[in-house]
Design a binder for this molecule. Structure first.
Ligand code: ZN
Ligand code: ZN
Length: 447
């Protein structure tokens, strides 16, 4: 795959390709003025055009020159039916990707090596900026109209791999995140419909990236899915000696929190609110991972706030700001609409999140406001009451206040690892403090 685009090994009698590779605009210009037919010349073996070489080497001025008067087809093909756009995406040359897309390069071309598109290339090589550019082109171009955007996001290569499979295999967690966010199917199988194959989680287990595994699990990837050889991702991780990944993938380890289906693509979820929730979810899962990875199955680690020293129960500062009425631990950052009730991001998630449901009993119910039981129509970032705080109070990176703590933790009572599964991840996220929240508990209704 990774063909170098150096011209040294290539016959280049006019010096055109070398000039293109190194970005000598004047030379390229002069050569083309002298002999306009040169523009259609290709390298001998790989049959790269000048546009391929310019795009792969980020020679944006030359890309512009070649595309200028429509003299070069933006979708010209080399020996492997790769377009200049594929090469730019492969090498992460974002300016060239954008320029080619602007010149109407087709994002729906397949190479002859593995039947991959430019989206596969961006995902495989982990260039999330290029991935984003291609996705946004897909939203607006004819592709969306003729193919459908989500079909494009889940486009398969010759072996049935979607871009999400490739990004997971190659440890590209940022691309994994972006693809999931754009509707990539977390449970896609390389086997295609009705056939067993590998899921992105199998490939992440093989690649050994915990970050990718965390993203996939949070999106609801199934730890029990079997590939064509009947293996679950856990066994794949073991086989490839990715022990830490295996620990998280072990079906008997505590299950991670999963984005609640109603929140996954909810368009009403405003971006800031989503970022807060995402942060809360990932923090909760990281805490869970720590426990698992420490192999602390037999005695839960003492609570993470144990190192904060003694806490003054008379937290006068805290009373200045709205503390969440559910956990009494965090600042209210999320507002439920239309009722206007507020709570912290952690509690919002805990109310909406569930561990991956058992498909046989799954029932997705819309989340309701814990205070008034009305359906949650939208979640927005709560406006902070500004009294003696500065306007741009930096709540978001970590919205912790001094604890109002009458708290106990989970430390006792769960002497076995299995005993904490599920429950602990829920409780943990709700707050290190009270840990008393359950969706239906009376204490919520009282408030
Ligand atoms: Zn709370
Ligand atoms: Zn309400």
């Amino acid at each position: 795959m990774g063909q170098g685009l150096s011209c040294k090994v290539v016959q280049d009698e006019h010096g055109l390709f070398t000039a293109v590779q190194y970005g000598h605009l004047d030379i390229v210009n002069n050569l083309l003025l002298k002999d306009p037919s040169l523009i259609h010349q290709t390298t001998v073996y790989d049959r790269h055009s000048a546009l391929h070489i310019a795009a792969a080497n980020a020679q944006i001025e030359i890309v512009c020159l070649l595309l200028k008067n429509g003299s070069v087809n933006p979708d010209c093909l080399n020996r492997h039916k790769q377009t200049p756009l594929m090469l730019a995406a492969m090498h992460g040359k974002i300016a060239c990707v954008e320029k080619l897309i602007e010149a109407k390069a087709n994002i729906l071309m397949f190479d002859s090596l593995n039947g991959r598109t430019c989206l596969h290339y961006a995902a495989y090589y982990g260039h999330s900026d290029c991935l984003e550019a291609i996705l946004s082109a897909a939203r607006t171009s004819h592709v969306a109209a003729s193919w459908g955007f989500s079909r494009f996001v889940n486009i398969r290569d010759g072996k049935g791999a979607t871009p999400l499979h490739l990004a997971s295999r190659q440890r590209r967690s940022q691309c994994v995140h972006m693809l999931l966010d754009n509707g990539a199917l977390v449970s896609a199988s390389t086997g295609g419909y009705g056939f067993s194959g590998s899921t992105p989680l199998h490939l992440a287990a093989r690649g050994g990236s915990i970050d990718c595994i965390r993203e996939l699990l949070a999106w609801g990837a199934d730890r029990l899915h079997r590939d064509a050889s009947g293996r679950i991702p856990y066994l794949v991780a073991l086989k490839h000696k990715n022990e830490a990944c295996a620990a998280l993938l072990n079906p008997s380890s505590a299950a991670p929190l999963v984005w609640p289906s109603p929140l996954k693509f909810i368009s009403e979820l405003n971006q800031d609110a989503k970022a807060l929730l995402e942060q809360a979810l990932m923090e909760a899962n990281r805490a869970r991972e720590k426990t698992i990875l420490k192999g602390a199955g037999y005695s839960l680690q003492s609570p993470s706030h144990s190192d904060t020293g003694t806490v003054d129960d008379n937290t006068s500062e805290a009373s200045e700001t709205e503390l969440c009425y559910i956990c009494f631990d965090q600042v209210c950052t999320i507002e439920v609409q239309d009722c206007g009730h507020q709570m912290c991001a952690q509690c919002t998630l805990a109310l909406c999140c569930h561990n991956k449901p058992d498909p046989t009993t799954a029932s997705v119910t819309a989340p309701v406001c814990p205070f008034c039981r009305s359906n949650i129509a939208r979640l927005v970032v709560a406006k902070v009451k500004v009294n003696d705080f500065d306007n741009d109070l930096d709540l978001y990176p970590s919205c912790k206040l001094p604890k109002l703590r009458k708290a106990r933790n989970f430390s006792e009572g769960s002497s076995s690892f299995k005993g904490i599964s599920g429950v602990s991840s829920f409780g943990k996220m709700v707050g290190r403090g009270s840990g008393k929240v359950s969706v239906d508990s009376e204490c919520i209704d009282k408030s």
